[in-house]
Each structure stands twice: as structure tokens, then as C-alpha cells.
Design a protein around this ligand. Sequence first.
Ligand SMILES: N=C(N)NCCC[C@H](NC(=O)CCC(=O)O)C(=O)O
Length: 445
Amino acid sequence: MRAREFNFDGLVGPSHNYAGLSFGNVASFSNVKSASNPKLAALQGLAKMRALAARGFGQALLPPQDRPNFRLLRSIGFTGSDAEVLAKAAKESPVILACAYSASPMWTANAATVSPSADSADGRTHFTAANLNNKLHRAFEHVQSARSLRAIFKDEKHFAVHDALPGTPAFGDEGAANHTRLCKDHGSAAVEMFVYGRTEFDASAPAPKKYPARQTLEASQAVARLHGLSAERTVYIQQNPDVIDQGVFHNDVIAVGNGNVLFYHEQAFADEAGALEQLRRAMGGVGADLNAIRVDTAKVSVADAVHSYLFNSQLLSKDNGKMALVIPQECEENAAVAAYLQGLVASGNAVDELIHFDLRQSMRNGGGPACLRLRVALTDAEAAAMHQGVVMTEALYHTLVAWVEKHYRDRLEPSDLADPALAIEVHTALEDLSRILGLPGLYDL
Ligand SMILES: N=C(N)NCCC[C@H](NC(=O)CCC(=O)O)C(=O)O
């Protein structure tokens, strides 16, 4: 059946900030405690959504989450009025206050794993909210992620939204950042590729030494089971532990796939030849030939890939049968990466266009174009069945720009998180937003 891919970009929230919370994510760690600009961050994200929608790509958004998470703060013993809770947390543990204020839901590639109806046993589109249990500041996102997905994809005839896996280390799940579909076209059955960093119950399996492996094999298998995927079309591949130790905290920092194309770095996988062999075999079963575009270390080092976010790009299928690569501006500024990209486009292979965006506010926390979006391939009937208020249009873009201008600050220092006025501003903005999007009850405010 014909299907169209929608990218659901995370709308950056009013308290976007840099707190240095993600050990293993180089950008997050190096921008610890610098000032952020929430207004600019939201406008940069909206500009990307608008431009891709204007080009005819399916574009929608996932709303920001409520911040700070007072439930978290109260559950760990901060008591009193909201203002008192904030004052006590700011005094006793500013880092936990920062966790409660985390900006990270904007990276919706981590919101869930998605299996379109063409892949699942019951012919519905399945979502599993990711537990993100490796980091305190992300471990509570799944509650609102599942709530938002259920609000948008509420028609159970077409959609199934699963709660997050148990939040224990064995089931570390980072969502679509470690998951790719490879197929002939979006509407046909695909090979679903899950990339994991470690195996909980095999102590002999390789694992990183310095930084955490966030995704486990056991979690990937559980998601595949929940989604009713067929064994022949599901492939599990181990990420190279050495690149995790070089700052590749998600697979989407070193590889991206679309259609039959896998664009990846030579060092991405623990066993490159074995991975390609598994994919080729499985793709044969869906009538697709793998087009593996390998980037050699000699051309782009892992360090350049991590700093430029070359692979945290979006590969988008175009009407001319070719693909556009959506990249962050940093790729143009890195000489090795820029030279590689010129050669890629000139090569006559699948990618014939580069589209770059200034996403610096997101990049400074380790989030490129691909982190900012959750891919959902939908048939026409499914697209009509989802909530329409989140689909990006010129009108929605202008409404949201005005909403951002009205509610967002243009500078946020770490110390501002203690300001009780900020929490009130966020709540007011989100109440307004749920009206704009036509989703009353979106938040449990
Ligand atoms: N690669 C993908 N798909 N997503 C990027 C997520 C970045 C996120 N950064 C943060 O959570 C930093 C928050 C802070 O430091 O304030 C993370 O490390 O989980």
C-alpha cells in the first residue's frame, strides 16, 4: 500500500537549557551550564519544519513536555508550594532541579520506536515509548511521550501505543535513535534494523569501557515482540563499542537509513561485514537491494563525524527517485565533511541534494536534524486518522512563531531554573499551546 513518511519534529520547549546532564554525549558535556536561548531554539526548529513542509515532505510536530517535573521533585522529598519546592531543590541539588527542567524531549527520535502497519502482524502502526532509563533527566519522558502519542494517534483501529519497557538496565531503550527501516518504499514491508550497544545477559559480549551503552539487545527484542515484527525481517546489530567510547551515544550519530540506503561510517558496527550480510539477506526477502554507502575513516574520522553530526542527518525520499540529505550547518564548516559531501552529491548515487539548517541551539546539547524528528510512515487512511492539528502548515507555522514570541525568553542561565516565574511561564505557554493544537487534556497540568 502507498504510504508517506511524516517526520514529527520536537517543538522546543520554553525552558530549553544546557545542563550538561548527558555523560557520553560530548556536546552536552562541553556546553555545561552555558546560557541558552529558548526563543531562538524554538524558531530554528520551526524554520526547519516549515522549510521541509514547504518542499512537500510530510511534516508534523510533537509538543514539548511540561517543565519542571514537579512530580519528580516531590517524589524525592521536596515539599511545599511549587515555589518552595523549587527553592529547596535549587539549594540542595541544583543538578536534580536541572534534570526536572531537562530540555531533552525536543529530541523526538528518542520518544519512541515506530513500526508502520506494513511491518506489524496486526496491520496497525505500533509505537513503544522509550524508557530512556540510562539518564535520570530522560527517564521520566516516556510518561508524557506515551500520552502525547495517544492523543495524536488515538484511533485504535489504526494505531497501538505501548507503554515504555520496564525501567531497569536490562531494558535500556532509546527509541528510534537506534532503529532504522530499510525497504523498497515506505509503504511496503521493511527490514527493521535494531542497533544495540550491549547485552545484559551475556557478560562475554563486547561493551564500551568509558561511556555507557544506552540500548540493550533485550530491549530491542522486546520492542520487536510488542510490535509483532516477523523474525525474518528483523535484524539486530551490535554497535561498535569503541565508537560509543568516542561519543557516539546513539546509533543515529554514526548511521542513517532510508528506503534501501544505509549511509554509515566504516566504524559504526562491531562487525561491519556480518551486519551488511544480515541486512542483505533479510532485504532479499522484501525484494529490496541494500545500497550501502560507507564513509571511510580516511575521509571522515569518527571525531569529525561526532563534531559535525554528518550522520545525524535526515535522508528524505524525493519525487525524482533520489534523496535529499538534511544536515546541520556544522557539516559545511568542517573541511573534511564538506569535501566528502561534495563528492557524495557528485557521485551520482542516491543522494543528489544537501539541505542545511542552522540548528545550533539544539546541536550544543548533542541534537542534530535526525535527533529532532520521529519518523512515522503512514498510509493515506492512517494519515487521515491521526490528529490533524499537529501537521505543519504555513498557518500553523505563523501561529507558533507568534506563540513563541509571546511566551519564550531569549536567554536562560542555569540559575534561572530556580525562578518560580519561569515555571508559571511554561505552564501558561503549554496551556495556550494545547488550545492551538486542538489537544485539550494533552498535559496533566
Ligand atoms: N541522538 C539523538 N537521537 N538524540 C540526541 C539526544 C541528545 C540528548 N542530550 C541531552 O539530554 C543533554 C541535556 C543537557 O545536558 O541539558 C541525550 O544525550 O540524550
